[in-house]
Design a protein around this ligand. Structure first.
Ligand SMILES: [Mg+2]
Length: 201
């Protein structure tokens, strides 16, 4: 029996993957020369200066390949394997359900352990976080992070160019990498708490 165990919801794109891995694809396709610091909005059409329809067509054509070849944040698999010994890890992504197989293969290929994978086809992760009874959620999209935090679930916001300078609720904490996620979880373990804001206040 696990004496102390957290249920952790984990986003995939830019949280488990490197955040700007798709830039070579969009630069090549749209004839751009953008760098990570140019991506100041989560809305890619806006950041790239293209229409929603142009982006949709691009994603229809290349989305699956982009997901297949997306680089994992290099420290993540080892850390998640250690965390999985004591905690329940669930992957919750806005990717469309048709990306399930490529996503599952990617998680397997990178030896990323977990209890389940949920492809929502929508950015609304609040219901799934509640259904899974998450104690903690790791996410890069500010709007998702905030909405989840507002329901009382603690959130670690993975730092990216497009999520800076925004109001953080008391139960939100910015982290830069998976080492920092691990540190927070270890600190919660040591203190025997399941509530993040008590230890970051
Ligand atoms: Mg993401």
């Amino acid at each position: 029996m696990k004496i102390y165990s957290l249920t952790v919801g984990i986003d995939i794109d830019a949280t488990l993957t490197e955040p700007y891995y798709w830039l070579p694809w969009t630069n090549a396709h749209f004839g751009l020369n953008q760098k990570p610091e140019d991506i100041t909005s989560y809305d890619l059409a806006e950041s790239l200066g293209i229409t929603e329809e142009e982006y949709r067509q691009f994603y229809d054509q290349y989305g699956e390949a982009i997901h297949e070849f997306s680089p994992v944040r290099k420290e993540a698999p080892d850390i998640l394997q250690r965390l999985a010994l004591n905690h329940q890890l669930y992957y919750v992504t806005a990717r469309h359900p048709k990306m399930k197989q490529v996503t599952k293969n990617w998680l397997d290929r990178h030896d990323i352990p977990g209890e389940g994978l949920h492809l929502l086809g929508s950015h609304n992760k609040v219901e799934k976080a509640q259904e899974l009874e998450c104690d903690l959620f790791v996410e890069d999209r500010y709007e998702n992070a905030r909405a989840i935090a507002e329901t009382g679930v603690d959130v670690l916001l993975m730092d990216c160019t497009y999520n800076r300078g925004l109001e953080m609720l008391p139960n939100m904490k910015r982290v830069e990498n998976w080492h920092q996620v691990q540190d927070v979880i270890h600190f919660m373990e040591i203190n025997g708490v399941k509530s993040l804001h008590r230890i970051i206040a």
